[in-house]
Design a protein around this ligand. Structure first.
Ligand code: ADP
Length: 503
């Protein structure tokens, strides 16, 4: 049965007399079906509903009919309308919760109801909403629940049902690929995407995978907590960082064959922290890792997780991690990790939240069962709390420094070959490398980009070493701009014995 876990949990919470349950979901129709089932399991007699458009109604679960049909009424009016004693053993479902919770009188009424439920009735209130927003007054009375993500088998069943209803067929192989592609999406999203794919040409084929991917990307972005990053970069696009690249290749062998690796006795890869100088290929490595593992890349922006309501940040983090698990196998890229944790040692309320968030993240990292490979990147490791750097949290911690001579040469070659492969033969790489000590990978990329633009504007056939030398002279290298912080950081890396990504 689908959503078995959620139905069971709801039943248990109702049995145990939890006064307010907050069901956080976009799938209202489905949620109502689940709630009705759970209410029956918990022996509730009536389903009392309120919504902005439908107003108030009361449905008898035994007679399966309305005792009071939907009739418009404001939420606060409900307080006068409903004699609470008479509603013992009912389930109250309040929809359009965000509108209700804006109103102080409505919040006060909810609170009163909740307190009465805790003391002398067997009722429960479920708040149903796609956004999570709990006023401080209700904080202690509310328990948050979330729809489970669909299992791959559920998704396969959805696709089969859709195909039956639409009289189309898909091969077993495509069914499997689609089911993997749809992981992390809800029932109605899946049906929506399938309908869209079918309406284009009347059939479901492998070329619809691109549509699935694109739609999924949008849905994940809309969730506001994670972003699905398109994979363009490959391992070969990284100049240098050979040690890190070799390490990633080993992980790829495990990630691509997880079941067998685990049976063999190999630990499931947890993830890696890549720290170091900005513009030297940390993000590039996160992207290339996902490409190498052949799994989607989800980016988590810590700054965006921080919410303004009580518990919102933790809830966002929980949702983000649950979504990553649902989409797994995947790479979860936690970008510029230190940004979120920078206030951690301060004593403002914000620091408290980040400390908790950070604790939640570490616990999850330690205990996660799903194949989510974490790539955390950080420019300034001094702003990360020491627990983070302790051995065993991540599989490994790598330090990325400014590229050495051989690495700079590779980076020049990569970027010239990307844009003007025909010009590469005549370039004096040694000259360029000699003139660019202290330049980051990003600096080198911008030298190549600018010199190609100059060559174009000057109307020349191709870009030359000379164009690049001019551009080098005009560029302030990173080490010029950040000499001291870089030196300081290097000392810290050495002291902590982090592995060097390059050698
Ligand atoms: P960060 O270390 O700050 O995450 P990025 O990986 O985003 O830096 O690098 C920024 C850009 O600089 C990349 O998109 C890439 O074009 C270039 N770059 C940086 N390092 C390298 C490298 N080692 N090899 C090739 N390109 C690089």
């Amino acid at each position: 049965m689908k959503y078995e876990k959620l139905t069971e949990k709801l039943t248990q919470y109702m049995d145990a007399g939890f006064p307010i349950l907050y069901l956080n979901t976009f799938e209202e129709k489905l949620a109502m079906e689940i709630l009705e089932k759970a209410a029956r399991n918990a022996g509730r007699t009536d389903l009392v509903q309120w919504s902005l458009t439908g107003g108030y109604s009361r449905y008898s679960l035994q007679k399966r009919e309305y005792v009071v049909p939907p009739s418009g009424c404001s939420f606060t009016k409900l307080a006068e309308l409903v004699d609470f004693e008479e509603y013992d053993r009912s389930l109250f479902v309040i929809r359009d919760v965000s509108a209700v919770l804006e109103d102080a009188a409505a919040v006060a009424y909810l609170k009163e109801l909740a307190i009465r439920i805790s003391t002398d009735t067997e009722c429960s209130i479920v708040l149903l909403s796609p956004v999570l927003k709990i006023p401080k007054e209700l904080e202690n009375l509310v328990t948050i629940l979330e729809m489970d993500y669909l299992t791959e088998e559920d998704i396969r069943e959805n696709i089969r049902t859709f195909c039956r209803e639409q009289s189309v067929t898909v091969s077993q192989q495509l069914l499997h690929e689609m089911a993997v592609g749809f992981r992390g999406l809800t029932d109605s999203e899946i049906t929506g995407i399938l309908s869209l794919a079918l309406s284009e040409d009347g059939e479901l084929t492998r070329k619809d995978m691109a549509l699935i991917f694109e739609q999924k990307q949008q849905k994940i972005r809309k969730s506001g907590i994670l972003e699905m990053v398109p994979l363009k970069e490959r391992l070969e696009d990284i100049g240098g960082l050979e040690v890190l690249k070799e390490w990633l290749k080993r992980r790829a062998a495990v990630m691509k064959d997880l079941g067998r690796a685990e049976r063999y006795g190999v630990d499931a890869p947890r993830g890696v922290l890549i720290a170091g100088v900005p513009g030297c290929g940390k993000s590039l490595s996160a992207k290339a890792a996902a490409d190498l593992f052949q799994v989607p890349l989800l980016r988590m922006d810590m700054g965006r997780l921080l919410g303004k309501y009580v518990g919102e940040s933790e809830e966002n983090m929980r949702r983000a991690l649950a979504l990553a698990e649902a989409v797994s196998p995947c790479v979860l890229w936690v970008d510029e990790m230190e940004k979120a944790f920078s206030g951690i040692s301060g004593n403002s309320g914000g620091a408290e939240v980040t400390t908790r968030l950070f604790g939640n993240f570490l616990t999850w990292l330690q205990e996660k069962k799903a194949p989510v490979f974490v790539v955390a990147t950080a420019n300034d490791i001094t702003r990360l709390p020491p627990e983070f750097l302790r051995k065993g949290r991540f599989d490994e911690i790598y330090y990325v420094g400014l590229p050495g001579t051989a690495e700079r040469r590779r980076i020049f070659e990569i970027h010239v070959n990307k844009r003007r492969p025909g010009d590469a033969g005549a370039i004096d790489w040694d000259r360029l490398v000699k003139e660019t000590g202290g330049y980051s990978g990003a600096d080198i990329e911008s030298v190549v980009r600018d010199s190609i633009e100059s060559a174009f504007v000057a109307g020349r056939e191709g870009v030359t070493t000379e164009d690049m030398l001019v551009s080098i002279r005009q560029t302030h290298s990173l080490s010029e701009i950040m000499k001291e912080p870089i030196e300081q950081m290097e000392k810290i890396y050495e002291r902590n014995k982090f592995k060097n990504a390059s050698r």
